[in-house]
Design a protein around this ligand. Structure first.
Ligand SMILES: Nc1nc2c(ncn2[C@@H]2O[C@H](COP(=O)(O)OP(=O)(O)O)[C@@H](O)[C@H]2O)c(=O)[nH]1
Ligand SMILES: [Mg+2]
Length: 440
């Protein structure tokens, strides 16, 4: 039963001044009335303080009930939000009473899924709601809000309108016109439209890395031989005594992470056990974790010192070699872009931060103002672009087969529809919404 009334806590589990429980579906008003033991029907946007009872009729709390009449609610269905006291047991009792009345617990992302299915938002807008909740930087919050308001949906619709006009020009050619010179004119017109829309697709595709970087941040991993000063550098960069520093090799056995924000970008700094020969299973696991972190890293800081070399030949996106303990051996000649620091004394860290940001911004720089940030969205725009490029290649030929061009443009339009969620399969929808938290 897809439209069964659902219920769940909308706020995180735990003790707090208030907790919010949300009911959505055909019987939301009825069940809310059952919880409060009232019979009067409520109006849209009515907020009222009511007692709350358990299913045995015993009073357990009181709370503010806010009623949203369909379709003017988040999900497009009747919705009631109940703000009660933030006691997990009270919340559980209210949920139990709702289940007793006939509601069922909401699945992760089910409210937003219903909003999408009821036409309250496109699939990319729904994804932006998830991304907004997960945003780790101010910039991510700004642009996810733009997308919830429809920025990326609008860009996609602009491309779609262009493609539809190209398609109708071609179909007109196929249906009606039989004159050679109008074909020539149509082709040059369509090529212009396709080139323009290809640029728009490119811009969206290139926004992806920056979008992900703003949302989830960058992973910066510190590696190097034992005792080279990795943990000391970690502590100096995050400004905290986060990792244990010791002159005994093998002190850091696990990876230690810390989140910070540099220039608006969220950065997860990761101190590792480093790269070395191992003597026991725990150390082996530590080194294994280092390798795993290097695979996920956006930037690797490879630390070395007067008596060691940077760990090289690693398959990473970007690496900055950092010469540490410069206070001990000041006159070491460094190669090209290496940065010289003393993690212990804090010298050279500003230069290192600058180099780090320059490298990160190179990974994530994008000057546009509309971002896409899910792999699904990127794949849709990429397949649209690929169909546009195929159409353009066909139109370059002396006697283009316009039927095939029409087919390719239709395929491109189909890819945009899947971006918006108009032609998306249940499997993909389930995947999108299952990554949400329960209650959203
Ligand atoms: N003189 C000097 N000693 C350092 C510097 N950085 C770290 N050390 C020392 O090197 C030893 C190992 O440091 P640690 O950060 O634990 O190295 P890790 O094994 O790479 O994490 C400690 O005794 C640190 O105090 C530095 O810039 N100069
Ligand atoms: Mg260490």
């Amino acid at each position: 039963m897809e439209n069964q009334t659902i219920v769940s806590q909308a706020t995180p589990f735990g003790y707090s001044s208030i907790a919010v429980i949300r009911l959505s579906g055909e019987h939301a008003f009825l069940f809310a009335s059952g919880l409060a033991n009232i019979s009067t029907p409520r109006k849209h946007l009515e907020s009222v303080l009511l007692p709350i009872f358990d299913e045995g009729g015993k009073r357990i709390d009181s709370g503010i009930f806010t009623f949203f009449k369909n379709p003017r609610s988040y999900t497009g269905e009747d919705v009631v939000e109940i703000s009660c006291h933030g006691n997990p047991l009270i919340v559980k009792m209210i949920l139990n009473h709702s289940l007793f009345l006939g509601a069922r617990l909401a699945e992760p992302g089910e409210y937003t899924k219903r909003a999408f299915l009821n036409g309250k938002m496109s699939l990319s807008q729904a994804e932006s709601v998830g991304a907004l909740i997960a945003s780790k930087s101010k910039n991510a919050i700004y642009y996810n809000n733009k997308n919830i308001e429809g920025a990326s949906t609008e860009s996609i619709n602009t491309i779609k309108e262009g493609l539809i006009s190209a398609l109708s020009a071609i179909e007109y050619e196929l249906d009606i016109s039989e004159e050679e010179d109008t074909l020539h004119k149509t082709v040059s017109n369509v090529v212009k439209i396709l080139n323009n829309n290809n640029l728009l697709c490119r811009s969206l595709i290139s926004s992806f890395d920056a979008g992900v970087a703003y949302s989830s941040g960058f992973r910066v991993v510190i590696i190097g031989r034992p005792n080279v000063g990795k943990s000391t550098l970690m502590n100096a960069l995050v400004g905290l005594n986060r990792s244990i520093v010791s002159d005994a090799a093998g002190t850091t056995r696990d990876t230690v992470t810390h989140d910070l924000i540099i220039d608006g970008y969220p950065i997860t700094m990761i101190d590792t056990a480093g790269v070395r020969e191992v003597y026991d299973n725990i150390e082996a696991e530590g080194v294994q974790r280092t390798t795993c972190e290097m695979g996920r890293a956006d930037i690797v800081l490879s630390l070395y010192s007067h008596d060691t070399k940077p760990v090289d030949n690693i398959d990473v996106k970007k690496q900055i070699n950092v010469y540490n303990k410069a206070d001990l051996h000041k006159n070491k000649k460094l190669s090209g872009s290496d940065i010289c620091i003393s993690a212990l004394h804090g010298t050279g860290l500003e230069k290192l931060n600058k180099a780090l940001m320059a490298a990160l911004l190179d990974v994530g720089s994008f000057s546009g103002d509309v971002f896409i940030n899910t792999e699904r969205q990127k794949q849709s725009v990429m397949s649209c672009e690929s169909s546009i490029l195929k159409s353009l290649a066909l139109l370059k030929k002396e006697n283009p087969v316009v039927e095939i061009v029409a087919y390719e443009i239709k395929t491109a339009i189909g890819s945009l529809d899947s971006f918006l969620g108009k032609t998306t399969t249940d499997d993909i929808l389930n995947k999108v919404f299952s990554s949400f938290c329960v209650g959203k």
